[in-house]
Design a protein around this ligand. Structure first.
Ligand code: SF4
Length: 634
């Protein structure tokens, strides 16, 4: 029997339990493609486990399954960590390792690392079948093969129960492969020339299943929904299944294609959000990126969605060749002037492997980071400082924040339990530490053991009695050396002195640059340590510990709960930790009463972990995964 294990690592997050969007749909398609093979078992490391384990625990979870073949789906946000995990796996075993996913392109040398035996370019089903059926095929080292016939008639893998729709409350439904457009920054078409569409019968069966199972949301994974022949017929069919609008639909579409009848059909089908990439209004930039756009028709199409209660999600890109700061600002003005700012995402340009811009980067004069996510750093018309100015302008004009602080969760106490405890969660039948408690010194051997069973991310909770900074540095070295890709937060409760963050950072053994360094480089323009957050909780009212990856919170230990007015007194700090000697019922009543109005104005946390969980699920119900936040005592 050949045991195959498929793994897809998430975008790193700075709050445990936050949704990661890490749905291993590609892995499920591969499993489906070989479901009739005898002598092969294919397992997928479940989303609810793989997305929340730190590096060492993840390696252990993979080793325990003793795979003969180990497959990774790699994106810009996980390729380096995937390579690291493979390196660790190879220390004790020799499974054959195969990589597939968007990062596998001929011009990307990263996946040509020695620990990768085989690279799959483009869609994977046909190649995966050959790898499992023809042992000699591995010797090729890489392959690309169309899976159009398999894809066209394949039922959704959700129907076989291989994915966990309850984690994101979301079903991804692949309706099309390939895109009729050729935008210069995009690698979607890297290895295919034509389009292939999933059969309508299978799509409708999947939608019916989602309605029946009350999945909540269905995302039609389609780079351009309008490219589908018979789209209107498909939408009418979905509308008939979703008459009570029990599911909300999401997808991507070209706004210029939305006329009145199509907008009506989209609304009747149950669409609540559609991504309509604008990228830029600068004619020169649009021309260079090969994305002709009729701006008047774009605005009309977007308005038609809004009129029907469908949110248009707009994307803009900073740093496009041919664009400059003034041009970017005009794009932002276009969005605001047409009242389309409901949901705007702004990305710095990434010069992704396999794209036209990567091939032409010298000709276009594009400077970019050598490591993922390959962020552009300068162009002939964008100076490095323009990127932050562009974000500043967009935040002011669109009245939004593009880089919010991580959510505040300083909870540390378990109801009914005294004394300092590590706070654990159960994932995949095992117990992992999400909050490591350092009220006093613990033997380093114990810390080494804990380093092997941490969650991603994790917190180190440092109590007032912990004053030996040399010991703390040692702990941070041990934890991060075992988990070099896992973000962490170090929380100091009533410290005698303010933490020397730069000294502590010198002890941290995280991979640098970390993916989050690239992700937040415009917020903190100097090279940084954006995978480590330092927080101080104390009774100090004056801000004394703020700045790059530092925050200071007021520790509310009074006998009564605060009013909103009370919270306003700490507006200059980064939040309030509520730790009152009142009953849980009173705190629940406070949460129910103030909920969203308080959360919209202030960062608030609760000392007891169950109440903190309740608060997060109450104030950001769509952001957290209830299932993984089941706290356990040590
Ligand atoms: S950006 Fe969207 S429309 Fe352009 S090529 Fe990529 S998938 Fe197609």
């Amino acid at each position: 029997m050949t045991r195959v294990l498929l793994v897809q690592l998430p975008i790193p997050r700075q709050n445990f339990g936050r949704k990661t969007g890490n749905v291993p749909l590609g892995a499920a398609c591969l499993k489906q493609a070989v479901r009739n093979f005898s002598g092969v078992t294919v397992d997928i490391l479940p989303e609810s486990v793989v997305s929340y384990l730190a590096d060492a625990a993840l390696v252990e979870a993979i080793r325990d399954r003793r795979p003969d073949v180990l497959g990774f789906t790699v994106f810009s946000w996980n390729i380096q960590r995937s390579l690291y995990v493979c390196e660790k796996i190879r220390e004790t075993g020799r499974p054959r390792i195969v990589f597939g996913g968007p990062e596998i392109t001929p011009d990307n040398s990263l996946p040509r690392a020695p620990q990768v035996d085989f690279r799959v370019h483009g869609e994977g089903e046909a190649v995966f079948r050959r790898l499992l059926a023809e042992p000699g095929f591995w010797a090729n080292g890489s392959a690309a093969e169309s899976a159009a016939d398999i894809f066209r008639s394949a039922p959704s893998p959700y129907l076989s129960g291989w994915l966990e729709p309850e984690v994101q409350r979301l079903m991804l439904l692949e309706t099309q492969r390939g895109c009729p457009y050729r935008c210069g920054f995009c690698y979607y078409n890297k290895s295919r020339t034509g389009l292939v569409f999933a059969e309508e019968e299978h799509l409708l069966r999947a939608v019916a299943w989602a309605v029946e199972q009350q999945i909540g949301e269905v995302y039609l994974l389609d780079p351009s929904l309008n490219a589908r022949p018979n789209l209107r017929q498909l939408l009418a069919g979905i509308g008939r299944l979703n008459t009570e609008q029990r599911i909300g639909l999401f997808s991507e579409i070209r706004a210029e294609a939305i006329d009145e009848p199509l907008a009506d059909l989209l609304a009747a089908a149950g669409f609540i959000w559609l991504e309509i990439g604008l990228q830029s209004t600068n004619p020169k930039a649009l021309k260079i990126m090969n994305r002709p756009t009729r701006l008047d028709r774009f605005a009309q199409g977007a308005q038609r969605l809004k009129q029907r209660g469908i949110t248009p999600g707009l994307d803009l890109i900073i740093g496009l060749p041919g664009d400059d700061l003034a041009g970017f600002m005009r794009s932002v003005d276009f969005v605001a002037d047409h009242d389309l700012q409901d949901d705007v995402q702004i990305f710095p340009l990434s010069i992704l492997p396999g794209t036209n811009f990567r091939r032409r980067h010298r000709e276009l004069g594009l400077g970019f980071e050598a490591h993922p996510p390959y962020t552009v750093t300068a162009t002939p018309t964008f100076a490095p400082e323009d990127f932050l100015l562009a974000y500043d302008y967009a935040e002011t004009r669109l009245d939004t924040v593009f880089f919010p602080l991580p959510d505040l969760d300083l909870s540390w106490r378990l109801a009914g339990r005294d004394g300092p405890l590590d706070i654990r969660v159960g994932l995949g039948g095992r117990s992992y530490v999400a909050k490591l408690n350092l009220q006093g010194e613990r033997p380093i051997a114990e810390i080494e053991g804990l380093a092997r069973c941490l969650t991603q991310p994790y917190q180190v909770l440092v109590g007032p009695a912990m004053r030996d900074s040399a010991y703390l540095k040692k702990v941070l070295t041990v934890l991060t050396a075992a988990n070099p890709f896992t973000p962490l937060e170090v929380v100091f409760f009533d410290p005698a002195e303010l933490p020397a963050a730069s000294e502590l950072l010198a002890a941290v053994r995280l991979q640098r640059p970390h993916f989050l360094d690239g992700d937040l480089r415009f917020l903190y323009p100097k090279p940084g340590n954006r995978a480590v957050l330092f927080t101080v909780a104390s009774g100090a009212r004056q801000p004394r510990f703020q700045g790059e990856m530092k925050r200071q919170v007021y520790w509310w230990r009074r006998s009564e709960l605060p009013s909103l007015e009370d919270l306003g007194e700490f507006a200059e700090l980064d939040g309030v930790l509520i730790d009152c000697a009142v009953s849980p019922a009173e705190i629940c009543a406070w949460q129910d009463r103030w909920g969203l109005p308080a959360a919209e104005q202030y960062h608030i946390s609760f000392a007891e972990v169950g109440l903190q969980r309740r608060w997060l699920l109450l104030t950001c119900p769509d952001e957290y995964v209830e299932k993984v936040m089941a706290w356990q005592s040590a």
